[in-house]
Design a protein. Structure first.
Length: 486
């Protein structure tokens, strides 16, 4: 079928204002929030913006009939290239499906469409005493569908758990165009846990068209503490000591000296610029427990050489402290033209030695590295700063990033803490999984998508068919820039 006929069919399915094919319109859909030189950029042939699940199903049926690749997309804030149309085809962008369909405070759930922005749900329910707990730092922009697909985390996931802990059920359009519901409001769902299969599958086996999400009671009281330390080591030891004392903060975040510099220059959040590291700690719960934990944490931080411990006294002060942390990636523009954000996770006890190793890797490769991360759950985000136009820098960045992954896996961690695999890390999956493990995952994908047309070239390592093509393209692009990848 010609592209003209395909356009006609898509237009009939979703309406003319919901089909984009002008190259200028498509330009913004070539990327997600990952670095273009790392994950690549690919233009879809069409972007469709459906408004109902039935429209999504119809688009998928057309794509399947014609064997045209389909790439689901939310807000495009993903950091692993998951929402890039690696083989062109149809991008199904869910951002027009953003309604809250039902709120049930008695059973503590909401049913929402996938394009709803994460924070918008909590804004809607907080006045009634409830919130949606998963809070990626991108929560002002990212969608709940994207959170589900990536099983996203966030600062408050230390206490409340990642997205999978908050998804009760899903409506999904499968690659064969059929629509299913998984899970539901009941505490247990018999049969195979299809919700579990879908959450974290990165858009490779279905498009989420509705999500039944858990609503969590807003805690009675909350305190936010900011503790600057002379060194990262001192801050890391304080993190371990807080957890070892049996305290479970709602969030426990760390920023190093470089990050503090960038954030202060951009937002004036009030972090001391002479500190080696800052911990941002939030405690919530019943007022008495919050007061008691606050006291304990202040004592522990001081014992580990905190220069001071400031407890925010107003909502405005709490918001400002959090704004600095949540917008830290954006502030990196103050330090560097480019950064490669590595996302890994290690057992919490391995944090101090891992941070020392990250620093060593940076020095070995003559690269500056800023660290801003969810310290409480061992989820690291070393930001490797570079200038893509400086000869030789990108090779050093890539090899530094790979060394970090090797280290993290060797100490019992994983190659991604929360951002997913996408295009960026698919070739690193072999660091963690045996051929048998990978074959089992591929078998699952195949059972839903035998034609391999659903978000193709993602997650599975190169060498498994079409993955090779993408890798070759990527290497060819690097070669053009004078970068030789071994
Ligand atoms: C500044 C910044 C801070 C961030 N902080 C965090 C953080 O703290 N924690 C964290 O985990 N992540 C974080 N991220 C990464 C990103 O925001 C999350 O992965 C987020 O969940 C992606 O949502 P999205 O709507 O932008 O999805 P997209 O980027 O559009 O897509 C992500 C993946 O989901 C798939 N997808 C999207 N919608 C659907 C759907 N309806 N059905 C099926 N598949 C779908 C896509 O195919 C793709 O594979 C951050 C990103 C930025 C830019």
């Amino acid at each position: 079928m010609s592209t003209g006929n395909l356009k006609q069919r898509l237009t009939a399915a979703v309406g003319p204002s919901a089909v984009l094919d002008d190259p200028y319109d498509l330009l913004v859909y070539e990327y997600d929030a990952s670095d273009e030189v790392i994950a690549g950029n690919h233009q879809p042939d069409f972007v469709v913006l459906p408004e109902t699940a039935e429209q999504v199903a119809e688009v998928v049926r057309i794509a399947r009939e014609l064997n045209v690749p389909v790439t689901p997309r939310g807000a495009g804030t993903g950091l692993a290239g998951g929402a890039i149309a690696a083989r062109g085809g149809i991008m199904v962008c869910l951002t027009r499906m953003k309604n809250v369909l039902e709120i049930n405070y008695l059973d503590r759930y909401a049913i929402v469409e996938p394009g709803l922005i994460n924070l918008d749900l909590s804004v809607r329910t907080t006045p009634d005493g409830y919130f949606f707990a998963p809070d990626p730092s991108s929560q002002k922009a990212c969608t709940i569908g994207g959170n589900v697909a990536n099983n996203s985390g966030g600062p408050h996931c230390l206490k409340y758990g990642v997205t999978s802990n908050h998804i009760l059920g899903l409506e999904v359009v499968l690659p064969n165009g059929e629509m299913i519901w998984t899970g539901g409001a009941a505490p247990e769902s018999p049969g195979i846990d299809m919700t579990g299969v879908m959450v974290g599958s990165e858009g490779t086996i279905g498009i989420v068209t509705k999500a039944m999400v858990r609503l969590t009671r807003v805690p009675e009281d909350v305190n936010v503490l900011m503790a600057p330390f002379p060194t990262i080591d001192a801050a890391s030891s304080a993190v371990s000591a807080i957890i070892a004392a049996g305290i479970l903060p709602a969030a426990l975040e760390m920023m190093d000296a470089l990050t503090i510099q960038a954030v202060e220059a951009a937002y004036h959040a009030g972090y001391p610029t002479d500190a080696g590291a800052v911990l941002l700690i939030e405690i919530d719960g019943l007022a008495e427990a919050v007061a008691e934990s606050t006291e304990q944490i202040v004592t522990i931080c001081k014992h580990h050489n905190a220069n001071e411990v400031r407890v925010a006294t107003s909502q405005a002060e709490r918001d400002l402290l959090w704004q600095g942390r949540k917008a830290a990636f954006g502030a990196m523009g103050r330090l560097t033209p480019n950064y490669y954000l590595q996302d890994t996770v290690v057992p919490r006890t391995k944090l101090p030695e891992t941070l020392r190793r990250v620093d060593e890797i940076g020095r070995d490769h003559k690269l500056k590295i800023a660290n801003v991360f969810h310290a409480g759950d061992g989820n690291l985000h070393p930001l490797i700063l570079f200038d893509r136009y400086k000869p030789g820098e990108l090779e050093r960045v890539l090899s530094a990033g790979t060394e970090m992954l090797h280290w993290c896996v060797d100490v019992g961690g994983a190659i991604s803490g929360e951002h997913g695999i996408g295009l960026e890390k698919k070739d690193h999956l072999t660091l963690m999984f045996s051929p048998q493990d990978l074959a089992a995952m591929a078998g699952l994908k195949k059972s839903f998508d035998p034609l391999n047309y659903f978000n193709p070239e993602k997650v599975f390592p190169t060498g498994a068919g079409c993955g090779e093509i993408d890798s070759l393209k990527k290497h060819a692009r690097w070669e053009k820039m004078g970068i030789h990848v071994v």
